[in-house]
Design a binder for this molecule. Sequence first.
Ligand SMILES: [Zn+2]
Length: 71
Amino acid sequence: MQDERIERDFNVRSEEEQQAFLQQTWCDHCQEVNLGMINPREYLLKGIVFVEGDCLGCGHAVLTELTEDDF
Ligand SMILES: [Zn+2]
């Protein structure tokens, strides 16, 4: 297990997949799903892939955790 973030390239994903990640979000701050995000960053942490971005609703960071099925 790694405690460090390993940066991954979000842009290598297909356009379709990128759009899905950008649209299918959960914002803790807004308490709403699918508000959308901008500025996606992707990284691997402790064996889990995260896509982090900024909520379109409030600008706070939103985090999408990918299960293995999504890899
Ligand atoms: Zn929000």
